[in-house]
Write a protein that binds this ligand. Structure first.
Ligand code: IPE
Ligand code: IPE
Ligand code: MG
Length: 240
């Protein structure tokens, strides 16, 4: 079975999971930690190189203060609880997104986790926090514009390759497989640049209900796809 090298996931449906049980939305976020552990475990089992999880979008800052506060608390708690095991398992942890709006205690933990796991190679785990695809592309454009102004490069050097080296996932293969739980069929400002040729898988399970079986179904979906990258079947046949 052909496996993806890189999987990107929008973990959606926590709020609805909780509301459906008459619980506060925060309870759904808390319940959403176990499927994260499951995806890491299942990815490692299959030697998948990279996993990118959308935990908090740039737009999620607009949610009610108590929900945002609960999420921040949950991130801190989860990091404190899971770090030793992640590091022990050889996971390299990285955060992508605009961090400066996060509570300092969280920023400190993110930096420490990245530093501590920098040499690990078993799985590259990227957590997107305060992340927006448009922000990412604008940020990359700003970086390149700065280089043009300083004379380090010229506008003619701005190409898909150089811009791709300035976005948050620079240096990684683009996600092969995208998964979104929770039933919505949209990208919600996730990795706009890197999803250009990604296979998109949507399922109805709410994130807290996402299990090994659901993860396996997504992998089967991926294995059944024929990726053409704009070419014809005949061309692909000839190059194989
Ligand atoms: C995803 O679940 C988690 C975050 C966005 C932080 P939601 O909180 O969006 O859950 P629903 O979509 O409202 O059910
Ligand atoms: C996307 O889910 C963001 C995360 C899962 C972190 P949202 O729930 O914020 O997306 P919309 O609002 O349904 O598009
Ligand atoms: Mg949602």
């Amino acid at each position: 079975m052909t496996l993806p090298r890189h999987i990107a996931i929008i973990m959606d449906g926590n709020g609805r999971w909780a509301s459906g049980r008459g619980l506060p939305r925060q309870a759904g976020h808390k319940e959403g930690v176990e499927p994260v552990r499951m995806c890491i475990r299942e990815s490692m089992k299959r030697h998948i190189e990279a996993l990118t999880l959308f935990a908090f979008s740039s737009e999620n800052w607009g949610r009610p203060g108590d929900e945002v506060g609960a999420l921040m608390g949950l991130f801190v708690e989860a990091l404190d609880r899971e770090m030793d095991e992640l590091h022990g398992n050889g996971v390299r942890l990285l955060f992508i997104g605009e961090r400066q709006n996060f509570p300092v205690r969280l920023q400190t933990r993110m930096l420490a986790a990245e530093g501590r796991t920098a040499a690990n190679t078993a799985l590259r785990l990227q957590i997107a926090v305060g992340y927006g695809g448009r922000w990412d592309i604008a940020n990359a454009a700003r970086t390149l514009a700065g280089r043009c102004v300083s004379g380090a490069m010229s506008p003619a050097d701005i190409t898909p390759e150089t811009l791709g080296q300035a976005v948050q996932l620079a240096g990684l293969p683009d996600p092969d497989l995208f998964i979104r739980t929770g039933g919505e069929k949209r990208i919600s400002n996730f990795l706009l640049w890197n999803l250009a040729y990604t296979e998109l898988y949507f399922c109805d399970e709410l994130w807290p209900d996402f299990t090994e079986a659901g993860f396996g179904t997504a992998l089967e979906f991926f294995a059944a796809r024929k990726r053409r990258y704009g070419l014809t079947d005949a061309q692909l046949g000839a190059t194989r």
